[in-house]
Design a binder for this molecule. Sequence first.
Ligand code: ADP
Ligand code: MG
Length: 367
Amino acid sequence: VGTKENGQELDTVSEKPDIGSRILVFVRLRPMGKKEREAGSRYCVQTVNRRDVYLTDFANEHDYLRLKRLRGRHFSFDGSFPDSATQQEVYSTTTVKLVEAVLQGRNGSVFCYGATGAGKTYTMLGTVESPGVMVLAIKDIFNKVRQRSFDGNHLIHLSYLEVYNETVKDLLSPGRPLVLREDKQVIALLQKGNQNRMTEPTRANETSSRSHAILQVVVEYRVKDASNNIVNRVGKLSLIDLAGSERALATDQRNLRSLEGANINRSLLALSNCINALVEGKKHIPYRNSKLTQLLKDSLGGACNTIMIANISPSNLSFGETQNTLHWADRAKEIQNKVSSSQLLNISPSFFCFTVLACYANEEIMQ
Ligand code: ADP
Ligand code: MG
């Protein structure tokens, strides 16, 4: 509605999409970093109308002129966030409805997918000044519970797990989930947990995150049903900060890295198998084949409350990674749009590719 985005006049702002029977896909562009600016980066991505994304490759002057005229390759998602989008905006457009569902006893999950440095952890955890989705969701849950008349009957558990190499590590309280009594200390708690995350140097990035982190918030409460019986309701929100997606492409990594690779493939395969089985309405869903799928078992089912946020850098220096991320996010969206239709068989190959990608990212988390 007449807002400006990356210098473009916009005429419409898309409405918030409803949570439906498919995974919703959002893209978040982060601001240009200092190092990128110093290296003479140019913007190669533009978000428009809170929905579209244009990608241009400034590889040479000829491309620049040609693609500028064409505005580059076009993608359209359930939502796209410009680099000026606030943490609150990202939260309220993506996760707030899942929080509402969880408070009604349903499950939901949000995945951040993207290359190392693309903004996944910023989106999920954020900073003290600009808390991310994990913190805003917990605050929101507490606020909404306080507003309820049956406030006293709620129990909120929290666990923060890391999946690395098919091993699950508790980042907060070895042994059992924490019972959360108030929301105030959440960011400190999660930041402390994040310091325990597995990070190791890779060729691509010195502090590349090698593991998946999963925050699960379980809300349990009692209500009276229509016949005045007291019933227990349990809802679970899973918020997932995946390992850097560039690992899917890494070929020159040895020893430990190749062990990780093998485990990643295993988890990816397990995830893709689960998603395919869910989509096809199979009775048996093979959740037990990887740690990732075991952990997300009750959050993937039906895929009805699942959101993917694809994080990207604006710099032409990350063009390849951004292209891959947008490509996979686009596949995910296509697949979801068609999942319930009779065209399912026609889209299986791309669906598989997406699930491999998603699994890859999730896999380390779930192991
Ligand atoms: P990832 O977890 O995907 O590897 P990070 O979330 O750590 O990437 O982001 C890389 C850097 O960019 C960090 O310094 C982070 O603070 C910064 N950053 C990422 N997204 C944003 C954003 N939307 N606004 C401001 N800074 C951001
Ligand atoms: Mg990170």
